[in-house]
Ligand binder design. Structure first.
Ligand code: 4NP
Length: 155
């Protein structure tokens, strides 16, 4: 991965998985002293302008991170020019991102869990319709990916 990456995390609603991925990556990069620019977005517009799901806010808080001020937005074609890396949280969102990506978009597009050895091709499961415990699973997945990404940046 290039120096000073600009990393966008994308799920469906931008209120559960991708805000947690953004928070985990920001925290891991900060702890490692790496300067990064990061954001998150959704492929859908259902939650544009909304804060993260309360269960995601509580999960981040349990891990010492405040995400209550994050606001949902929808991914745009322009994001493929403004970010160096766009990571999809699952295969459906990856397929939709391939449709949004402009032909001259410079960002690398990949599945987030491809960053984690042994987890290639896996989804970060959608916790939205489940119970609060699902958000701890989401946190484990996105923080594992964040650690792998920061390790590869330090190489
Ligand atoms: P996310 O979860 O994609 O991880 O933010 C979801 C949030 C909202 C909905 C589905 C998934 N929804 O259908 O509103």
């Amino acid at each position: 991965m290039k120096q000073s990456p600009r990393v966008l995390f994308v799920c469906l609603g931008n209120i559960c998985r991708s805000p947690l991925a953004e928070a985990a990556f920001r925290a891991e990069a900060e702890a490692a002293g790496l300067a990064v620019h990061t954001d998150s977005a959704g492929t859908a517009a259902y939650h544009v302008g909304n804060p993260p799901d309360p269960r995601a806010i509580r999960e981040a808080a349990r891990n010492g991170i405040d995400i209550a001020h994050y606001r949902g937005r929808q991914v745009t074609a322009r994001d493929f020019h403004e970010f160096t890396h766009v990571f999809a949280l699952d295969a459906d969102n990856l397929a939709n991102l391939r449709r949004v990506r402009p032909v001259d978009g410079s960002a690398e597009l990949a599945l987030l869990m491809d960053m984690v050895p042994g987890r290639r091709g896996e989804a970060v499961a959608d916790p939205y319709y489940g119970d609060e415990a699902g958000f701890a699973v989401t946190w484990d997945d996105v923080s594992m990916a964040a650690r792998a990404m920061v390790a590869s940046l330090k190489d």
